[in-house]
Design a protein around this ligand. Structure first.
Ligand code: AMP
Length: 518
C-alpha cells in the first residue's frame, strides 16, 4: 500500500472532475482544482524538488494555505519519495526551529509569515527555503513562484517502499516536549481504507466540508489525504466559523463533515436561531474526533439536526483506532468499536495484563496503523511499547459488546488522598447542570490530600456565578462521591484549548493554584 501509487491511480482518470473547491467566508466558491490540474501541477513541483536535490528518503517542511499550493506540495513531495514535515503555524519561532532541526529538513516551503516571525529560523534548514509571497522576499529565502517558473511539468512519480515515512508529525505537546512521529505509507493507507472506505463508506460521490487545520492528523491525514485516497470533493474553508459551516451544508451540497467537539459545541449554540437558513438534506454523516465529545453536545446536536454524530478515536502515533459504526448503534460517550484490522485492548499498565469488560485501565493498540517508534528517540519508544502493543496513555473501559469509552489521559488522573478521579467523570456531571455553557476539571495541589478536584466553568450569558456555584455544589453532592466533588470553582469566559480543541489542563492547574479557595 503505497500512497503515491494509490493517489496517482485514483486521480489519473476523469481529469476534468473537480477535486478541491475553496469556499470564501462570503459563501462563494473562489477557486476550483480538477484532478488533471492537480496532477499536472504536482509534476511541475516534482521537477522543481528534484532540481533542488530532494531525493527519496529526504524530508521537506511545509506550511501553506489550504488552497494555495498545500495539497499540490504534499503530492509532489510524496511523489519524489520524500516525507512531509507539516509545520503548525501556531508554534513559536523557537518551537518551529526545534522541529526543523529534529527532523533534519532539507527544504522548507512556507508562507512569508512563518519566516517573518524570526528570520533566523531559515538557518535551521539544511538547504533552501521557498516562500509563497507576492511582496518582499524575506532574507535568505527564494520566491516559490520564481523557482517553479524554471521548470516544466512532466516528471513521473517515484513509487518507493511502503515502509517509507510519508508524514513526520510532531505530537501536539499539551504536556512536555513534542516528539516526532513518522507515519509510513502503509500506516496511513491501511487506515484510510479501513476508516474512510470500509467504515464510513466514503466514495467519489461525497462532498466533504473541510474546516480543520491542515497540519494535524485529523485535517491532514483524514481530510486532505483522505480526499486524495477516496477521490471525493473537498470544499475547503480556511477557518471554522459555526454560521459559515451550517449555512454551507445545503448550499454546497455537503455530505460529510469532520470536526472537533468544540466545533460541534459552537454549532449547537447557533442552530436554533439559524434553523430557517440551514438544511441537512444533502448530509450523510457528521464525524467528531481529537477530543471527547460530551454526551450533552451529542444529544443537543441530534435534537436540532436529527443526526447522531459519529465519534471516533485516534492519536498521532496510531492514526485512527476506533469509530462508532455507520450502520450499527452510535453510542454517545463512547468512541465505538475497533476498526477492521486494528486491535484495541484495555490493560492493567503495571501488571501488563488485559482487563475484563467494565474495568478501567490503559488503552493499548496494535495493527497496521501503529507507527514504529519516535523519531530518533529510542528511550521514548521503549516506554511507549509493550511488545508490539502501543501504550496510548489514555484511560478507557470496554463494554461487554466491545464499545470503548475514554476516561481521560493517565497523566491527567487526579489522585485525591490516594484515590483516582478522572476529569471526565466529574465533567459529565457538571456540564448537564442548567446554566453551564462549558466546563473542564483538573487536579490542583492540596497540602492535605495531595491533589484536589478543581472545576472551571464557563457560565451561560445570563448566569450569576454565585448562585450557579451553589447549584453546582448541590449537584455534586447528589451525584458524586465526596472525594470526587470539586473543592474549587473558578468561573472563566473561555476554557483554554489548543487548535484541535484539546483542553490545556496545565493552564487550568496554574489558574487553580492562583484561585482562592471558596
Ligand atoms: P493527538 O496525538 O494530538 O491526535 O492527540 C491524541 C489524544 O487525543 C488521544 O490520546 C486522546 O487523549 C485524545 N482523543 C482523540 N480522540 C478522542 C476522542 N474521540 N475522545 C476522547 N479523547 C480523544
Amino acid at each position: 500500500m503505497n500512497l503515491v501509487h494509490h493517489f496517482w491511480n485514483q486521480l489519473s482518470h476523469d481529469a476534468d472532475r473537480v477535486l478541491f473547491e475553496h469556499l470564501a467566508p462570503s459563501g462563494e466558491i473562489i477557486w476550483r482544482q480538477t484532478r488533471g490540474a492537480l496532477l499536472t501541477e504536482a509534476s511541475l513541483w516534482m521537477a522543481a524538488l528534484r532540481g533542488a536535490g530532494i531525493r527519496s528518503g529526504d524530508r521537506v517542511a511545509l506550511s501553506l494555505g489550504k488552497a494555495t499550493g498545500l495539497v499540490t506540495a504534499h503530492l509532489a513531495i510524496l511523489g519524489v519519495g520524500a516525507g512531509v514535515v507539516p509545520l503548525n503555524p501556531a508554534l513559536s519561532a523557537v518551537e518551529t526551529e526545534a522541529v526543523l532541526k529534529q527532523a533534519e529538513v532539507k527544504l522548507a516551503i512556507t508562507t512569508a509569515s512563518t519566516v517573518n516571525r524570526s528570520p533566523e529560523i531559515v538557518t535551521a534548514v539544511n538547504g533552501p527555503w521557498w516562500v509563497a509571497t507576492q511582496d518582499d522576499i524575506p532574507p535568505h529565502t527564494v520566491a516559490l513562484a520564481s523557482v517553479l517558473a524554471g521548470y516544466q511539468s512532466g516528471a513521473e512519480p517515484h513509487i518507493g517502499s511502503d515502509d517509507a515515512v510519508a508524514l513526520l508529525l510532531f505530537t501536539s505537546g499539551t504536556t512536555g516536549q513534542p516528539k516526532g512521529v513518522g507515519l509510513t505509507h502503509h500506516n496511513i493507507g491501511s487506515n484510510l481504507q479501513s476508516l474512510l472506505v470500509d467504515t464510513w463508506h466514503m466514495s467519489a460521490e461525497d462532498r466533504l466540508l473541510h474546516a480543520l487545520p491542515p497540519h494535524h492528523l485529523h485535517g491532514l491525514g483524514l481530510g486532505l489525504y483522505g480526499t486524495l485516497y477516496v477521490g471525493n470533493v473537498a470544499v475547503l474553508l480556511d477557518r471554522f466559523d459555526p454560521v459559515g459551516v451550517l449555512t454551507a451544508l445545503a448550499r454546497q451540497r455537503i455530505s460529510v463533515f469532520m470536526g472537533v467537539p468544540t466545533m460541534y459545541h459552537r454549532m449547537v449554540e447557533r442552530m436554533a436561531e439559524l434553523a430557517g437558513d440551514v438544511s441537512y438534506a444533502s448530509m450523510r454523516v457528521f464525524i467528531s474526533g481529537s477530543a471527547p465529545l460530551s454526551p450533552e453536545t451529542f444529544r443537543r446536536f441530534e435534537e436540532q439536526s436529527g443526526f447522531r454524530i459519529v465519534e471516533r478515536y485516534g492519536l498521532t502515533e496510531t492514526a485512527i483506532n476506533t469509530s462508532n459504526p455507520l450502520d450499527g448503534e452510535r453510542r454517545p460517550g463512547t468512541v465505538g468499536l475497533a476498526l477492521p484490522g486494528v486491535e484495541v485492548g484495555v490493560f492493567d499498565p503495571h501488571a501488563k495484563q488485559p482487563l475484563s469488560p467494565g474495568e478501567t485501565g490503559e488503552i493499548w493498540v496494535r495493527g497496521p496503523n501503529v507507527f514504529s517508534g519516535y523519531w530518533n528517540n529510542p528511550e521514548a519508544t521503549a516506554t511507549a511499547f509493550c511488545d508490539d502493543w502501543f501504550r496510548t496513555g489514555d484511560l478507557g473501559v470496554l463494554s461487554a459488546d466491545h464499545y470503548l469509552s475514554i476516561n481521560g489521559r493517565m497523566k491527567e488522573l487526579i489522585i485525591v488522598g490516594g484515590t483516582n478521579v478522572t476529569p471526565g467523570e466529574v465533567e459529565a456531571v457538571l456540564e448537564t447542570q442548567a446554566g453551564v455553557r462549558e466546563c473542564a476539571v483538573a487536579g490542583v495541589p492540596d497540602a492535605d490530600l495531595g491533589e484536589k478536584v478543581a472545576a472551571f466553568i464557563v457560565p451561560q450569558a445570563d448566569q450569576d456565578a454565585t448562585t450557579l456555584e451553589d447549584r453546582l455544589r448541590k449537584r455534586a453532592e447528589q451525584d458524586l462521591a465526596p472525594y470526587k466533588r470539586p473543592r474549587l470553582y473558578r468561573f472563566l469566559t473561555e476554557i483554554p484549548r489548543n487548535s484541535m480543541g484539546k483542553v490545556e489542563r496545565g493552564k487550568l492547574k496554574d489558574m487553580g493554584n492562583e484561585a482562592p479557595e471558596v
